[in-house]
Unconditional design. Structure first.
Ligand SMILES: O=C(O)C(=O)C[C@]1(C(=O)O)C=C[C@@H](O)C=C1
Length: 364
């Protein structure tokens, strides 16, 4: 390519950037107007709701449907995710608590869902995220709920039994683990590998093959593992890209998870009910009486009405020995007439039924 051609293309890019800049600013002014309208239409004593997950899902889906490339749909939606995040911050800066410390996959999930214009607050434990939301110190919380290799995150499920929370969104993240070392690590004398128990389990086969005799130490998070390794010469950590960047560690081995499709699903928790979008999921907790056929009775109404169950998990109820609760996710919104009918039928048979929330299916 000649210098001349390059120069001409850059002039074109400059002129396009000016248009993009003006359009983004116009969009941001529109969002400010939206905030004004929301405030003006409030009834006496009503609290304004600026964050609208159902509308955000609609905007992102529309972008993906209309995108003609060459940027891929996900890439384009990510750009719009950030624009929307900044527009929302003009209306109301959202505060979001997540399972920390900084650099965890949960933080990456929070950014994927809310964008980078939120004020994020790392918490030391899943239960603390729930408490922070319940106390009103933040608008939303982000917690992991299930991993495709290792299954349910029991701390999260148990926290739902203790707190009244509304699920208002979900996000899925592909989880890539790396073996990370610090500047001073003697890579031929590694005697300890730190990581979260779930991540150690997700890399079990790789560790058995490459470091069979090295001690595996479970710590509170992958980011905590990365933090420890920074100051030690004989240890390594298993963690992801964010933690590696944050603590200045290098990758001794990349993508060491046993399953290449290893993914984690995260939930956004808050106090806000989300209206239907037409493409939603609902999560419920049900406890049935301890009698033969109870689980069958619970599942039949879903089957009879053609409602797709996406997950069912059992946990001890914590209110009696050998009694259980079921965590169920299914496709649909609790305001859909069909779903309403199913929930009514179940509540007739159940000891207790709690709708944890209906929320748009993950778009990104
Ligand atoms: O449509 C709204 O209610 C807005 O506030 C605008 C907007 C946007 O930027 O598109 C911003 C924040 C909401 O969460 C959803 C959408």
């Amino acid at each position: 390519m000649s210098e001349q051609e390059l120069k001409a293309l850059r002039v074109r890019i400059d002129s396009l950037d000016e248009k993009v800049l003006e359009l983004i600013s116009e969009r941001a002014r529109c969002a400010q107007e939206v905030a004004r309208v929301k405030l003006a239409s409030l009834a006496e004593g009503e609290v304004p709701v600026f964050y609208r997950p159902e509308r955000e899902a609609q905007v992102l889906k529309r972008v993906m449907e209309r995108n003609k490339g060459p940027l891929g749909n996900e890439e384009m939606a990510r750009l719009f995710r950030e624009i929307m995040s900044s527009c929302l911050a003009l209306e109301q800066p959202l505060k979001v608590a997540y399972l920390g410390p900084e650099g965890t996959f949960t933080q990456a999930a929070a950014m994927k869902h809310f964008g980078h214009a939120v004020i994020s607050k790392p918490m030391a434990a899943i239960d603390e995220v729930f408490r922070e939301v319940a106390a009103g110190a933040v608008n939303f919380g982000v917690v992991p709920v299930e991993n495709s290799t290792e299954g349910a995150v029991n701390h999260t499920l148990d926290s739902f039994l203790e707190h009244d929370m509304v699920i208002c969104g979900e996000v899925e993240l592909r989880i890539h683990h790396h073996l990370l070392v610090g500047e001073n690590t003697k890579t031929d004398s590694i005697s300890r590998i730190y990581s979260h128990a779930q991540s150690l389990a997700q890399c079990r086969k790789w560790l058995d093959a490459h470091y069979p005799n090295v001690e595996r130490v479970a710590v509170s998070s992958n980011a905590e593992a990365a933090k420890r390794v920074k100051g030690e010469w004989n240890s390594a950590a298993i963690a992801g890209d964010m933690a590696a960047g944050l603590y200045g560690l290098t990758r001794l081995a990349e993508k060491i998870e046993d399953r290449p499709d290893n993914s984690t699903r995260f939930l956004m928790i808050g106090n806000q009910e989300v209206p239907p979008t037409g493409d939603d999921k609902t999560s419920i907790i049900v406890s049935m009486s301890n009698k033969p056929g109870a689980l069958h009775e619970l599942l039949v109404p879903f089957h009879d009405n053609g409602i797709d169950l996406t997950r069912i998990e059992t946990r001890p109820s914590r209110s009696g020995k050998w009694t259980y609760v079921f965590f169920i996710d299914f496709v649909g919104h609790h305001r859909d007439p069909l779903v309403k009918g199913v929930l009514e039928k179940i509540s007739q048979e159940a000891v207790a039924l709690k709708v944890l929330g209906s929320y748009p299916k993950a778009v990104l």
